[in-house]
Design a protein around this ligand. Structure first.
Ligand SMILES: C[S@@+](CC[C@H](N)C(=O)[O-])C[C@H]1O[C@@H](n2cnc3c(N)ncnc32)[C@H](O)[C@@H]1O
Length: 251
Protein backbone atom coordinates (compact mmCIF):
# COMPACT_ATOMS: atom_id res chain seq x y z
CA UNK A 1 0.00 0.00 0.00
CA UNK A 2 1.27 3.45 -0.85
CA UNK A 3 1.60 6.28 1.70
CA UNK A 4 -1.39 8.18 3.07
CA UNK A 5 -0.37 11.34 1.17
CA UNK A 6 -0.69 9.53 -2.19
CA UNK A 7 -4.13 8.33 -1.20
CA UNK A 8 -5.09 11.93 -0.39
CA UNK A 9 -3.70 13.06 -3.73
CA UNK A 10 -5.84 10.51 -5.57
CA UNK A 11 -8.93 11.66 -3.63
CA UNK A 12 -8.21 15.30 -4.42
CA UNK A 13 -7.86 14.42 -8.06
CA UNK A 14 -11.14 12.45 -8.08
CA UNK A 15 -12.98 15.19 -6.23
CA UNK A 16 -11.71 18.26 -8.11
CA UNK A 17 -10.47 17.18 -11.52
CA UNK A 18 -11.61 13.77 -12.72
CA UNK A 19 -15.23 14.44 -11.74
CA UNK A 20 -15.32 18.26 -12.06
CA UNK A 21 -18.20 20.23 -13.60
CA UNK A 22 -17.06 19.84 -17.19
CA UNK A 23 -16.49 16.12 -16.84
CA UNK A 24 -19.75 15.67 -14.93
CA UNK A 25 -21.60 17.17 -17.92
CA UNK A 26 -19.77 14.89 -20.33
CA UNK A 27 -20.31 11.82 -18.11
CA UNK A 28 -24.00 12.57 -17.74
CA UNK A 29 -24.48 12.90 -21.50
CA UNK A 30 -22.80 9.55 -21.98
CA UNK A 31 -24.87 7.84 -19.31
CA UNK A 32 -28.13 9.25 -20.64
CA UNK A 33 -27.82 7.00 -23.68
CA UNK A 34 -27.74 3.97 -21.35
CA UNK A 35 -30.79 1.74 -21.48
CA UNK A 36 -32.63 2.89 -18.38
CA UNK A 37 -35.26 0.18 -18.65
CA UNK A 38 -32.56 -2.49 -18.86
CA UNK A 39 -30.85 -1.33 -15.65
CA UNK A 40 -34.27 -1.12 -13.98
CA UNK A 41 -34.97 -4.70 -15.06
CA UNK A 42 -31.66 -5.81 -13.56
CA UNK A 43 -32.45 -4.11 -10.23
CA UNK A 44 -35.90 -5.67 -10.23
CA UNK A 45 -34.35 -9.11 -10.67
CA UNK A 46 -31.70 -8.59 -8.02
CA UNK A 47 -33.53 -6.70 -5.27
CA UNK A 48 -36.23 -8.38 -3.29
CA UNK A 49 -37.02 -5.60 -0.84
CA UNK A 50 -39.91 -4.10 0.96
CA UNK A 51 -40.95 -0.88 -0.81
CA UNK A 52 -40.24 1.16 2.35
CA UNK A 53 -36.61 0.14 2.16
CA UNK A 54 -33.82 2.69 2.22
CA UNK A 55 -31.04 2.13 -0.30
CA UNK A 56 -27.60 3.72 -0.38
CA UNK A 57 -26.35 4.49 -3.89
CA UNK A 58 -22.64 4.47 -3.10
CA UNK A 59 -20.81 6.84 -5.50
CA UNK A 60 -24.09 7.96 -7.10
CA UNK A 61 -22.39 10.18 -9.71
CA UNK A 62 -25.04 11.98 -11.73
CA UNK A 63 -27.75 9.90 -10.06
CA UNK A 64 -28.53 7.36 -12.80
CA UNK A 65 -29.06 4.37 -10.48
CA UNK A 66 -30.49 6.57 -7.70
CA UNK A 67 -33.28 7.76 -9.96
CA UNK A 68 -34.06 4.23 -11.20
CA UNK A 69 -34.26 2.99 -7.60
CA UNK A 70 -36.41 5.96 -6.54
CA UNK A 71 -38.75 5.31 -9.45
CA UNK A 72 -39.09 1.73 -8.17
CA UNK A 73 -40.43 3.26 -4.96
CA UNK A 74 -37.40 3.06 -2.68
CA UNK A 75 -36.02 5.88 -0.55
CA UNK A 76 -32.48 6.51 -1.79
CA UNK A 77 -29.45 8.12 -0.21
CA UNK A 78 -27.00 9.06 -2.95
CA UNK A 79 -23.46 9.63 -1.72
CA UNK A 80 -20.57 10.92 -3.80
CA UNK A 81 -17.18 12.51 -3.25
CA UNK A 82 -17.64 15.07 -6.02
CA UNK A 83 -19.84 18.15 -5.61
CA UNK A 84 -19.96 18.62 -9.39
CA UNK A 85 -21.40 15.12 -9.91
CA UNK A 86 -23.89 15.69 -7.08
CA UNK A 87 -24.99 19.04 -8.57
CA UNK A 88 -25.74 17.27 -11.82
CA UNK A 89 -27.50 14.43 -9.95
CA UNK A 90 -29.66 17.01 -8.12
CA UNK A 91 -30.71 18.61 -11.43
CA UNK A 92 -31.58 15.20 -12.91
CA UNK A 93 -33.50 14.03 -9.86
CA UNK A 94 -35.43 17.31 -9.72
CA UNK A 95 -36.28 17.20 -13.44
CA UNK A 96 -37.59 13.66 -12.95
CA UNK A 97 -39.80 14.76 -10.05
CA UNK A 98 -38.06 12.38 -7.63
CA UNK A 99 -36.62 14.88 -5.13
CA UNK A 100 -38.81 13.63 -2.30
CA UNK A 101 -37.39 10.09 -2.72
CA UNK A 102 -33.69 10.91 -3.03
CA UNK A 103 -31.38 12.49 -0.48
CA UNK A 104 -27.97 13.48 -1.87
CA UNK A 105 -24.92 13.85 0.31
CA UNK A 106 -21.24 14.63 -0.28
CA UNK A 107 -19.13 12.08 1.57
CA UNK A 108 -16.08 9.89 1.04
CA UNK A 109 -17.12 6.31 0.40
CA UNK A 110 -14.05 5.06 2.25
CA UNK A 111 -15.18 6.96 5.33
CA UNK A 112 -18.93 7.33 5.14
CA UNK A 113 -20.56 9.88 7.40
CA UNK A 114 -23.41 7.49 8.10
CA UNK A 115 -24.55 5.47 11.12
CA UNK A 116 -23.91 1.73 11.41
CA UNK A 117 -26.83 -0.45 10.22
CA UNK A 118 -28.70 2.52 8.75
CA UNK A 119 -29.72 1.27 5.28
CA UNK A 120 -31.48 -1.87 4.04
CA UNK A 121 -29.34 -2.24 0.97
CA UNK A 122 -26.32 -0.76 -0.82
CA UNK A 123 -26.05 -0.47 -4.59
CA UNK A 124 -22.84 0.71 -6.19
CA UNK A 125 -22.09 0.89 -9.90
CA UNK A 126 -18.63 1.56 -11.38
CA UNK A 127 -17.17 3.15 -8.24
CA UNK A 128 -14.82 0.61 -6.64
CA UNK A 129 -12.25 1.00 -9.42
CA UNK A 130 -11.89 4.70 -8.54
CA UNK A 131 -11.03 4.07 -4.88
CA UNK A 132 -7.45 4.00 -3.64
CA UNK A 133 -8.59 1.52 -0.97
CA UNK A 134 -11.51 -0.55 -2.34
CA UNK A 135 -11.43 -2.86 0.69
CA UNK A 136 -12.21 0.10 2.94
CA UNK A 137 -15.06 1.07 0.60
CA UNK A 138 -16.58 -2.42 0.83
CA UNK A 139 -16.15 -2.47 4.63
CA UNK A 140 -18.01 0.83 4.81
CA UNK A 141 -20.84 -0.54 2.65
CA UNK A 142 -21.14 -3.49 5.03
CA UNK A 143 -20.94 -1.33 8.14
CA UNK A 144 -23.87 0.89 7.17
CA UNK A 145 -26.08 -2.01 6.00
CA UNK A 146 -28.54 -3.54 8.46
CA UNK A 147 -28.07 -7.24 9.25
CA UNK A 148 -29.97 -9.23 6.63
CA UNK A 149 -29.50 -6.39 4.10
CA UNK A 150 -28.00 -6.83 0.67
CA UNK A 151 -24.88 -5.28 -0.84
CA UNK A 152 -24.79 -5.06 -4.64
CA UNK A 153 -21.50 -4.08 -6.23
CA UNK A 154 -21.13 -3.56 -9.96
CA UNK A 155 -17.73 -2.85 -11.40
CA UNK A 156 -15.95 -3.79 -14.55
CA UNK A 157 -12.91 -4.48 -16.57
CA UNK A 158 -11.53 -3.40 -19.92
CA UNK A 159 -12.50 -5.62 -22.82
CA UNK A 160 -10.10 -6.49 -25.56
CA UNK A 161 -10.91 -4.29 -28.60
CA UNK A 162 -9.52 -4.34 -32.10
CA UNK A 163 -8.44 -1.14 -33.88
CA UNK A 164 -11.84 -0.65 -35.51
CA UNK A 165 -13.71 -1.02 -32.20
CA UNK A 166 -11.28 1.39 -30.53
CA UNK A 167 -11.86 3.93 -33.29
CA UNK A 168 -15.65 3.56 -33.05
CA UNK A 169 -15.53 3.96 -29.25
CA UNK A 170 -13.36 7.08 -29.53
CA UNK A 171 -15.73 8.57 -32.11
CA UNK A 172 -18.84 7.93 -30.00
CA UNK A 173 -16.97 9.24 -26.96
CA UNK A 174 -16.04 12.41 -28.84
CA UNK A 175 -19.59 13.00 -30.14
CA UNK A 176 -21.15 12.51 -26.72
CA UNK A 177 -18.59 14.21 -24.51
CA UNK A 178 -17.27 16.78 -26.98
CA UNK A 179 -13.86 16.08 -25.52
CA UNK A 180 -10.71 15.13 -27.33
CA UNK A 181 -10.49 11.29 -27.38
CA UNK A 182 -7.29 11.49 -25.35
CA UNK A 183 -8.77 13.57 -22.54
CA UNK A 184 -8.74 10.62 -20.17
CA UNK A 185 -5.12 9.88 -20.91
CA UNK A 186 -3.71 12.21 -18.30
CA UNK A 187 -5.97 10.73 -15.67
CA UNK A 188 -5.06 7.23 -16.69
CA UNK A 189 -1.32 7.83 -16.75
CA UNK A 190 -1.04 9.77 -13.52
CA UNK A 191 -3.53 8.14 -11.29
CA UNK A 192 -4.33 4.67 -12.58
CA UNK A 193 -1.16 3.11 -11.25
CA UNK A 194 -2.24 4.15 -7.76
CA UNK A 195 -5.62 2.45 -8.05
CA UNK A 196 -5.62 -1.23 -7.05
CA UNK A 197 -8.75 -1.88 -9.22
CA UNK A 198 -9.95 -5.04 -7.51
CA UNK A 199 -10.88 -7.92 -9.76
CA UNK A 200 -14.13 -9.83 -9.27
CA UNK A 201 -12.12 -12.52 -7.49
CA UNK A 202 -10.64 -10.00 -5.04
CA UNK A 203 -14.04 -8.46 -4.28
CA UNK A 204 -15.44 -11.94 -3.77
CA UNK A 205 -12.62 -12.64 -1.28
CA UNK A 206 -13.40 -9.47 0.67
CA UNK A 207 -17.13 -10.36 0.69
CA UNK A 208 -16.35 -13.89 1.89
CA UNK A 209 -13.83 -12.66 4.47
CA UNK A 210 -16.42 -10.26 5.91
CA UNK A 211 -18.83 -13.19 6.35
CA UNK A 212 -21.37 -12.10 3.72
CA UNK A 213 -23.66 -14.98 2.81
CA UNK A 214 -25.62 -15.95 -0.32
CA UNK A 215 -22.96 -14.46 -2.55
CA UNK A 216 -24.05 -14.38 -6.19
CA UNK A 217 -22.10 -13.30 -9.23
CA UNK A 218 -23.15 -12.18 -12.70
CA UNK A 219 -20.77 -11.36 -15.54
CA UNK A 220 -21.27 -9.48 -18.82
CA UNK A 221 -24.10 -7.50 -17.22
CA UNK A 222 -24.53 -5.35 -20.36
CA UNK A 223 -26.04 -8.35 -22.11
CA UNK A 224 -29.01 -7.93 -19.79
CA UNK A 225 -29.05 -4.18 -19.29
CA UNK A 226 -28.35 -2.83 -22.76
CA UNK A 227 -30.30 -3.84 -25.86
CA UNK A 228 -28.37 -4.83 -28.97
CA UNK A 229 -28.67 -1.39 -30.58
CA UNK A 230 -27.10 0.21 -27.51
CA UNK A 231 -24.40 -2.42 -27.45
CA UNK A 232 -23.64 -2.00 -31.15
CA UNK A 233 -23.65 1.80 -31.20
CA UNK A 234 -22.52 2.86 -27.74
CA UNK A 235 -21.00 -0.36 -26.38
CA UNK A 236 -17.74 0.69 -24.79
CA UNK A 237 -14.57 -1.22 -24.11
CA UNK A 238 -15.87 -2.02 -20.67
CA UNK A 239 -17.60 -5.12 -19.37
CA UNK A 240 -19.56 -4.94 -16.11
CA UNK A 241 -19.76 -7.67 -13.49
CA UNK A 242 -22.08 -7.76 -10.50
CA UNK A 243 -21.52 -9.34 -7.12
CA UNK A 244 -24.04 -9.38 -4.33
CA UNK A 245 -24.08 -10.74 -0.78
CA UNK A 246 -26.15 -10.50 2.40
CA UNK A 247 -24.87 -9.13 5.69
CA UNK A 248 -25.30 -11.85 8.33
CA UNK A 249 -27.46 -11.40 11.43
CA UNK A 250 -25.38 -11.24 14.63
CA UNK A 251 -24.98 -14.65 16.36
C1 LIG B 1 -17.73 6.10 -13.04
S1 LIG B 1 -18.58 7.16 -11.92
C2 LIG B 1 -20.01 6.15 -11.54
C3 LIG B 1 -21.20 6.99 -11.15
C4 LIG B 1 -22.51 6.23 -10.92
N1 LIG B 1 -22.38 5.25 -9.86
C5 LIG B 1 -23.01 5.58 -12.18
O1 LIG B 1 -23.23 4.37 -12.17
O2 LIG B 1 -23.23 6.27 -13.19
C6 LIG B 1 -17.62 7.06 -10.44
C7 LIG B 1 -18.17 7.94 -9.33
O3 LIG B 1 -17.49 7.61 -8.11
C8 LIG B 1 -17.30 8.80 -7.38
N2 LIG B 1 -16.23 8.60 -6.39
C9 LIG B 1 -14.90 8.51 -6.62
N3 LIG B 1 -14.24 8.34 -5.45
C10 LIG B 1 -15.18 8.34 -4.47
C11 LIG B 1 -15.14 8.23 -3.06
N4 LIG B 1 -13.98 8.08 -2.41
N5 LIG B 1 -16.29 8.29 -2.38
C12 LIG B 1 -17.48 8.45 -3.01
N6 LIG B 1 -17.60 8.56 -4.35
C13 LIG B 1 -16.46 8.51 -5.07
C14 LIG B 1 -16.95 9.82 -8.44
O4 LIG B 1 -17.09 11.14 -7.98
C15 LIG B 1 -17.94 9.44 -9.54
O5 LIG B 1 -19.15 10.13 -9.41
Amino acid sequence: MYPETMRDKVKEYMRNERWNHRNATAYDRYKKVSDRRGWGRLMNNILDLDKNSRILDFGTGTGFMASILAEMGYAVVGVDLSKAMLDRARENIMAEGLSDKVYLMQSDGENLEMEDNSVDCVVSRWVLWTLPDPRKGIEEMIRVTKPGGRIVVMDGREKHRNVLQRFKNSLVDFILTQRHPLWRKRFEEEINRHLPRYSLKEINEVFGGAGLRDIEIMEEVEEITENWIHRAVFGSGWSTFLITGTKPEPE
